[in-house]
Write a protein that binds this ligand. Sequence first.
Ligand code: ATP
Length: 302
Amino acid sequence: MDANIVSTDRLTKRYGEHIAVDQVSLSVRRGEVYGFLGPNGAGKTTTLRMLLGLVKPSGGSALVHGMVPGSPDSLRRTGSLVEGPGFFPYLSGLENLRVIAQYRGLGRGEAEEALERVELASRGKDRFRTYSLGMKQRLGVAAALMGRPDLLVLDEPTNGLDPAGMASMRRLIQDLSEDGQTVLLSSHLLAEVQQFCHRVGVVVGGRLAYEGTVSDLRGARMLKVHAEPIEKAVQVLTGTATGEVELTDDEDGRTVLAADADGIDVPTLVRGLVASDIDVHSVSVSERSLEDVFLTMTEAEK
Ligand code: ATP
């Protein structure tokens, strides 16, 4: 079986002169949670819609389950939440799912099961219009889950949710992932997805600027040491660090030492500093957040 459940090759969408998606080649592996990231207007929704056969590409190609997107067989194995979920306000959550199940030719038990899966069973008999935004989103995921598709495509599943709603959606996606579900989701909230995506693709201005793991995207971790006397500390750290040791200012305006944290064993370093009669005030290892990385990419694009 192909390890990739989705793969695209220079997938492109033009609207007149405007290129919404520009030669995007990405791959989503079976069993992973793939975060498709980018600022508003970057081309995420258009790409996802092409993968669902809702938008016709202007160029390039895509395979979903090894098939042309939008083919009945491909759609049968794909659950999606792409546009705001369209539910009947005066029907309950359960009734809404039953309507969808019936229309898709699924068994009656599917609706109950999906509702359980998204932890909405206790509110299943309440009317949709009484649901919070988070519950509405979860019902949308429940609808996508019915029929147990191999792949879930979720466009901005945390959009508009409050922190509690986001946390609940995050848990749901993590649970689905633990059960082996492949999830392709888009988001412009990088901090949200960096915690649970196995790999990410970053799209900026229609182009795929990066694809890989979150840790590779963030790059090197930085070690910062606040110690005195600083000149002596430079000598100790220079003997330990593999890369260059620099002097820099921290957030409080103090001069600190900075070096690539990889390969440095912090306890050994601290023992070395203390043995050289150096006062160690603080040692920290900082990682760039995805937001930082993302801003750099967006700036570079301008
Ligand atoms: P958002 O986070 O705001 O949903 P996005 O990354 O999903 O953004 P898209 O919705 O894919 O971005 O839009 C990409 C670009 O294509 C935007 O500039 C948008 O205005 C344009 N676009 C999308 N659909 C159409 C359309 N039907 N006709 C013309 N332009 C379009």
